[in-house]
Design a binder for this molecule. Structure first.
Ligand code: G
Ligand code: MN
Length: 437
């Protein structure tokens, strides 16, 4: 029986599994299939090659680095083909043009998976995890987890070293996909969602599959490097993914600036040409460590410069805020007390809250004074749930500064300075909205 027929038997739900000696159990049919697949593999000059139609397939490994470990924690196996003229065929073409039926596509996916496992085996000690791309269609097929288990047993690679990257294609059987993911987890594999932000790699998939790792699509890195809004959104996005219990990996890092931006956003792991091209061999670990350590030094330097700049800004604001408080405590109007504060170009408005967080006075800079927006009318509004109010009430001895947030009064990002003080009528919090730095 040939492999394609064997796969058909499996798809029809026919189980030929028998008892195996020793653990872990490997399904007999799956083992036979893997032996058939393995017969297409050969080693030329130490490199594994698989024969598929007129092509020679081979596997390249691209390093995945951890910012905290400052070293490689895994490799993604990437398929390449070579035709009889020595011309390279990329995966997109291989999977869309070279397989003419569903059964052939399954054969190609399983063959390339076996090739990846064989290519990874000699470097498994240094390489950490092996990331393999698999389509939702393949993994949801009956018996596919058995096939993977047999392939791993054949090569002697533990399932705990395998991360299954679920590609961004649609799944026509969402519950089937959830069940399938459970089967790979039961083997000991980790689950990653590939190309998050593209195609069907979206929040729905995170919520239903609860992956161990989410790989941010390369396009997200590119856009974050070029568009301020996306860059500002990135830490929040990373935080959301972390809250789901998944680590975050960014793909397509090509420049030092992109690597720093990603690291500052809290991303855990990076992959891209900056750290290493897809190659047959792993990159030199000492070089990589040096590169990671340079990145870390540069990022620390930038952070310190930023701290110093922010401290100077803060000191300047603090001086004017204290002058305002002094005026208010002496019974002057808010207009008069906040005059010098409002003259600073980044100050938008100053307002005073009572001890419940209700606004009892406000002055705005000239630019915003004539706004017609209904949201700009904040008389007697309630800011009691805001962090800047609560922090000022909790720690009464100093001025606070909020993180940037979206102001509901004018619909743009701002930061709020806040400080507690007392008047004859009770506790007050003076707040001052400024443009984010
Ligand atoms: O869909 P997936 O993320 O698995 O695609 C991986 C592909 O991305 C591979 O073909 C690989 O060669 C390519 N790739 C890997 N790193 C980079 C990079 O830094 N820049 C670009 N443009 N492509 C990359
Ligand atoms: Mn991938």
């Amino acid at each position: 029986m040939d492999l394609v027929n064997n796969l058909k038997l499996r798809s029809a739900g026919v189980s030929v599994s028998g008892p195996q000696g020793g653990a872990p159990q490997v399904d007999a049919l799956a083992r036979r299939n893997v032996e058939l697949l393995a017969s297409r593999l050969s080693q030329v000059d130490g490199r594994w090659i698989a024969a598929f139609k007129d092509l020679s397939l081979f596997s390249l490994l691209q390093p995945i680095v951890s910012y905290s470990h400052q070293s490689t924690v895994g490799v993604e196996a990437l398929l390449r083909g070579e035709d009889v003229h020595g011309v390279t065929v990329m995966p997109a073409q291989l999977f869309t043009e070279m397989a003419s039926s569903e059964a052939e596509l399954t054969l190609l996916e399983r063959l390339s998976r076996l090739l990846h496992i064989a290519s990874f085996q000699p470097v498994a000690e240094q390489a950490g995890w092996l990331f393999i791309n698999l389509s939702p269609q393949l993994i949801a097929q009956p018996g596919d987890a058995d096939d993977l288990a047999a392939a791993l047993a054949w090569a002697g690679v533990p399932a705990g070293r395998v991360v299954i990257e679920l590609t961004e294609q649609a799944s026509y059987d969402p519950q089937g996909l959830v069940d399938a993911v459970g089967r790979y987890r039961a083997l000991g594999c980790k689950i990653a969602i590939d190309d998050f932000g593209a195609g069907h790699s979206n929040f729905e998939r995170i919520w239903t599959l609860l992956p161990d790792i989410v790989k941010l699509d390369r396009n997200m890195v590119l856009r974050a490097a070029n568009e301020t809004t996306i860059q500002q959104m990135l830490p929040g996005l990373v935080n959301l993914v972390h809250q789901s219990g998944a680590l975050v990996l960014a793909e397509g890092i090509e420049t030092v600036d992109q690597a720093m931006l990603i690291s500052n956003a809290g991303v855990d792991m990076g992959q891209g040409y900056l750290f290493g091209y897809p190659r047959q061999e792993l990159p030199n670990q000492d070089d990589l460590r040096l590169q990671m350590s340079n990145l870390s030094v540069q990022s620390q330097r930038a952070w310190r410069r930023d701290c110093e700049r922010r401290r100077r800004l803060f000191d300047n604001f603090q001086h004017h805020v204290q002058q305002t408080v002094l005026g208010l405590r002496n019974g002057q109007t808010l207009e008069r007390s906040a005059r010098s504060l409002l003259r600073l170009s980044s100050v938008r408005r100053c307002f005073v809250l009572n001890e419940q967080g209700r606004q009892i006075g406000i002055v705005t800079c000239d630019k915003l004074a004539n706004s017609q927006s209904p949201l700009a009318q904040t008389r007697s509004s309630d800011w009691g749930r805001r962090g800047y109010f609560r922090k000022a009430m909790e720690a009464q001895d100093r001025m606070h500064i909020s993180l940037p947030y979206l102001s509901i009064s004018d619909g743009s990002m701002c930061q709020t300075l806040s400080i507690y003080f007392r008047t004859g009528s009770g506790a007050r919090v003076l707040c001052c909205d400024i443009d984010p730095d």
